[in-house]
Design a protein around this ligand. Sequence first.
Ligand code: ADE
Ligand code: ZN
Length: 329
Amino acid sequence: MDFQHLPKIELHLHLDCSLSYDVVRTIDSSISVEEYNDRFIAPPKCANLADFLKRAPEGFKLMQTEEQLRLVVDDLFEQLAADNVVYAEIRFAPLQHIHQGLLAHDVVGVVEEATAKAIARTGIQAGVILCTLRHFSEDESMETVKLVRKFAGTKIVGFDIAADEAGFPIYNHVNAFRYAYDEKIHCTAHAGEARGPESMWETLEHFRPSRIGHGVRSIEDPILIERLKKDSIHLEVCPSCNVQIDIFESLKNHSVRSLYEQGVSVGINTDARTITNVTLTKEYQRLHDAFGWTREHFLRCNLNAAAASFTTPEQKLDLSTRLESAYRD
Ligand code: ADE
Ligand code: ZN
């Protein structure tokens, strides 16, 4: 089955963890392909999420000037086009890009403008989500969410918390998510990845997101599954990344199949295209190989993602109509 040509929605991918070798070489010609494979891509099995995340600085170290940020956005849109992605929500943490003098506000401005230009050039619709990080201070989290507010009405569409769920508690970030809730900012949050259901309960209570990044360990708690269904909380599932950080031994043991069958809203994503060395087309192919998933399953996942996206009702309807007609052909 050829999955490449099917239109896809991707709601969970990290800009700074998705640099192709081409863009890395353009930014720093001294990096050989062997070094890229060694430093930027993690092994197929990592000890845990923290081990996996050790590769992330390789990407954001090369994204410290306006020109570098523009190059990386353009590079990602080329990868999205190759996967036939029709709508993407791209995330990154602006405060990781201020190490060579850029102001956080300018970082967001450059990425927003580059995204708007890439949308006009490629026809791929997209939004940008700003991330705070688990190890950030309360001030850094507030600064990040306030950037989402300042850029309201642009391609900046939401707020997220990423990084090491197991290594850092939620306290520093509760006020930022309260601010987001009061300001009606769309929110998602990484949870139920490096920790289990208790982390998801805590996230739902204190951050009140409409989606959860990963959330795959909800399979351990039937009451949590009922809650996700009742409140239509969408799970942004990234299957290969979950196997790589060893939540599941292999894709065949991944909870996405059961979550889908139990009626949870799930979508399929890559998370970190470079660190995991994956494309969205490969993710679909692997789910087909592991579970026999067909167009019908992928249509459902994409319609779930369209409904949960942080875009306008008009664009959601347009995306759903396009998906229905392409998958039913
Ligand atoms: N940043 C990039 N990938 C991530 C993941 N899988 N979990 C948390 N933070 C991340
Ligand atoms: Zn992620």
